[in-house]
Design a protein around this ligand. Sequence first.
Ligand code: ADP
Length: 175
Amino acid sequence: MTQVAIECVQGNIANQPDIDAIVNAANARLMPGSGVAGAIHSAAGPGLAEECRDLAPIEPGQAVISGGHNLPNARVIHCLGPVYGVDTPSEELLADCYRNALGLADREGLSSIAFPAISTGVFGYPIEEAAEVAVAAIRKASPGLTSVRLIRLVLFSDDDLAVFRSALAATPPET
Ligand code: ADP
């Protein structure tokens, strides 16, 4: 069986045209907001918020899937990350986001998915800790995936990219 590729790139999550599903660092109401949610909703157009009305609200750690509307991606997977130290245990809830999003993408038969650094903006999760949790959750889920073959982590800044790259290099693949 072919391996799942995991890569880290610097970029904008709303501009990943070669990816089947992008992940939104959503708010509970799945409405446009700042950061990732703002970028995704403005690129997707108002149809995304309209579709999301029926899917909301969601809980920390949960993931739901919608269409991509005007985005170049077929689907958007909306995850509500934990507010650091407020939604607890934050580590488990953040890992749940990655695990649940990967499970959804796989069940939908998608082959590629791109994540932003969930919870590391307004929700205050320290980037080093978030990178470790994200990479561990992805490494753990990867062997069980049958459809997803590319997992991309999209970091907004070069500094965040360096942190995620070293977390990925420090964590061996599960066998
Ligand atoms: P949360 O509310 O889950 O903390 P944010 O959207 O505030 O989510 O930020 C999550 C992370 O995504 C932050 O590290 C932020 O710098 C980064 N980010 C913001 N906009 C974008 C974007 N367009 N593409 C990729 N990453 C982004």
